[in-house]
Design a binder for this molecule. Structure first.
Ligand SMILES: Nc1ncnc2c1ncn2[C@@H]1O[C@H](COP(=O)(O)OP(=O)(O)OP(=O)(O)O)[C@@H](O)[C@H]1O
Length: 626
């Protein structure tokens, strides 16, 4: 597999110069107009391109050298990259050829240019920014090129800060950076929320830090704390991975605060590198204040008329009759894919990430499929990742899934961007994605580094219209081959398909609070752009035909207010909210007989309850009820 990756990485050479946006630095030109020009150059037909942009000319004149672009990692030495770093890539990681984005960004970044780079998911952007970051540190401090060279590292002399939107991604970047600096004296530390700040501080003060990778909240916390001992008075590089996300409202605020703690760029110039698979136009505008407008390069390896997803990844949308059809259809899809991977030697082992719109739904899906796995041995191991897990549990799940040959990870959007789980064969998204970018990033968890993969989007009919307008211009094909998608559960159709029964059976063993949380989470605005009344009716059908409840879960007054004038909601009375789990009349078909959480003779159920109790921090509401 590695050979094919490398072969394909090699193939990009000829195309490099054609795609390379060599934006000239005109001090007077505004950033946006430069970008517009760059995009315009990209969209020109090849006949009208000047020789410089022509792929043919590039191939003929062996442009790699003449344009200052290199395409093999070994050739980085000629651009001044230290042999210890080159060796870490070619020997340690085993990479010979650069991907397109690496080739197009590493050279200009080594020359000190700021970079805004957009390249498809899984094309090696991480290495693209790490190489110049590391080399810059070595250039400033040549002793650091060697393992035990240089002075003792300090925690208040950080040279590069890399900011990522999620904890897992920050950890992943930190790991990749550590592989690269293995033969050098450079120290990498990670700072993410949900971990013990004091332990991180102790380690960082002991070992020192040259490159700090972190999430905005924790970085802000460390830099604003004058007693932390963490500082970056000689910072040379700032990197924003998933730059468009980092510049969104919310993160942007935190980013500005972090930047306030860094040296003033006018006094101490620093290099800024912004990378993402999606960089909408308005984000380029926002990027303006972070980069040096007179010395930057906007690199896009995606042509203006090209879709941002990989051609080799087929994408399907499965319209479903109702919400209750989603799990049965997903089970059908999983079983078909498992069968395919057993019978087709070309197919990857089945390894899927399932994205769900709310945390409660992630917990429920994992609980249901764990139950199915216990019952039917052919269903592979499952994990879940979402923000209510402790960071230890999140890291454990991510690591286990990374190393797994086969399995299913149920996830909220915490793993949608940047996460590099090897050999994911399927990305399954349920319900309408929040926006087009998020769809693309989620899909990008498969088909990485030139591997194959498939994308599936399972959407109830009431969301189809919104999905269509939210996902324009993507090669998504309608797929009507999953029988369970079109079953009319209300018309006793569910009795005719075993998958509905399997799901109902698994759901009947779940704690009542989970249904309540899941139901309420959808009403809380998880699905934007859906008619509220249609949503309530769809959820009530889900409660009845998908979860086996006799009546829909009651919701809080605040949700009633938020929903306004809709029919079909039940409001939570004091009695409902005070009632111990499973003791109310008519809530669960079989609840009264089971009583509140008693020890079950079902080993799975006990394990599930234990796992939840250990791993999940109680929500504020759960805490209040104790
Ligand atoms: N030159 C290369 N040759 C082969 N594999 C590579 C090369 N560079 C990186 N890779 C591998 O490709 C995978 C994807 O890389 P990476 O995670 O950096 O992608 P990305 O472009 O940042 O993706 P995303 O947009 O999802 O963040 C990783 O497993 C990485 O180790």
């Amino acid at each position: 597999m590695r050979t094919s990756v490398l072969r394909q990485a090699g193939l990009c050479r000829a195309a490099l110069a054609a795609r390379h946006l060599q934006i000239s630095s005109k001090p007077s030109a505004a950033l946006l107009s430069q970008v517009t020009r760059a995009i315009a150059v990209q969209s020109l037909p090849s006949a009208s391109l000047p020789r410089f942009y022509s792929a043919e000319a590039t191939a003929q004149s062996n442009t790699a050298a003449s344009n200052g672009l290199v395409t093999r990692f070994a050739d980085l030495a000629a651009l001044g990259v230290h042999e210890n770093v080159v060796r870490a890539i070619t020997h340690g990681m085993g990479y010979e050829n650069m991907t397109e984005v690496q080739s197009m960004t590493i050279s200009p970044a080594l020359k000190g240019k700021d970079i805004v780079a957009q390249a498809k998911t899984g094309t090696g952007k991480t290495l693209g920014f790490l190489v110049p970051v590391i080399q810059k540190i070595i250039t400033q401090d040549p002793d650091l090129a060697h393992r035990f060279g240089g002075k003792r590292a300090r925690s208040d002399d950080i040279r590069a800060i890399i900011i990522s939107p999620t904890r897992e991604l920050a950890e992943q970047i930190g790991e990749e950076a550590r592989k690269l600096v293995k033969g050098t004296g450079i120290i990498v530390q990670t700072a993410v929320g949900g971990t013990q700040k004091n332990a991180m501080l102790y380690k960082t003060r002991q070992q020192g830090c040259h490159i700090l990778v972190g999430t905005p909240g924790r970085l802000n916390d460390l830099l604003s704390d004058s007693h932390s001992g963490i500082d970056a008075p000689r910072l040379s590089t700032l990197v924003l991975d998933e730059a468009d996300r980092m510049l969104e409202v919310g993160f942007n605020e935190e980013l500005r605060q972090i930047i306030n703690y860094l040296p003033d760029r006018k006094v101490l110039p620093r290099q800024t590198l912004l990378y993402s698979a999606t960089i909408p136009k308005d984000v380029v505008g926002l990027a303006r204040s972070y980069i040096d407008k007179n010395n930057f390069e906007f690199v896009q390896t995606v042509k203006a008329d090209e879709v941002l997803t990989h051609d080799r990844i087929p994408q399907y949308i499965v319209p479903c009759k109702g919400f209750e059809n989603i799990y049965p259809a997903m089970l059908e899809l999983i079983e078909k894919a498992l069968n395919e991977s057993r019978t087709n030697p070309e197919a990857l082992p089945f390894k899927a990430i399932v994205f769900l719109p709310t945390t409660a739904e992630v917990i429920m899906a994992n609980a249901i499929f764990k139950r199915l796995q216990w019952k039917f041995k052919h269903i592979p191991k499952t994990w879940d990742i979402h923000s209510k897990l402790t960071q230890n549990a999140r890291t454990r799940a991510a690591d286990e899934f990374k190393n797994a040959r086969t399995g299913i990870l149920f996830s909220s959007d915490v793993t949608a961007r940047g996460m590099d789980f090897p050999n994911v064969s399927h990305v399954i998204q349920t319900h309408i994605p929040p926006n087009r970018e998020q769809y693309i990033h989620r899909l990008g968890r498969t088909g990485r580094a030139n591997k194959p993969g498939q994308g599936w989007l399972i959407v109830p009919d009431i969301e189809l219209h919104a999905a269509r307008s939210r996902l324009p211009g993507l090669p998504i094909k309608r797929n009507d081959e999953l029988e369970c998608a079109s079953v009319n559960a209300a018309d006793s159709g569910a009795d005719k398909h075993a998958n509905f029964q399997h799901i109902l059976d698994a759901a009947s063993r779940l704690p009542e609070d989970l249904f309540k949380d899941c139901y309420s989470s959808y009403l809380g605005g998880a699905l934007q752009g859906i008619d509220r009344q249609a949503l309530v009716y769809a959820l009530n059908d889900l409660a009845k035909f998908g979860w086996g409840l006799e009546e829909p879960p009651a919701v809080r007054q605040s949700i009633m207010k938020h929903m306004g004038r809709v029919q079909g909601l039940r409001v939570e009375t004091r009695e409902h909210s005070m009632r111990p789990m499973g003791s109310g009349p008519g809530h669960r078909r079989d609840f009264n007989s089971r009583g509140p959480r008693r020890q079950s003779d079902d080993p799975f159920e006990n394990a599930l309850h234990r796992a939840q109790d250990l791993d999940r921090r109680p929500t504020r509401r759960q805490q209040a009820s104790f």
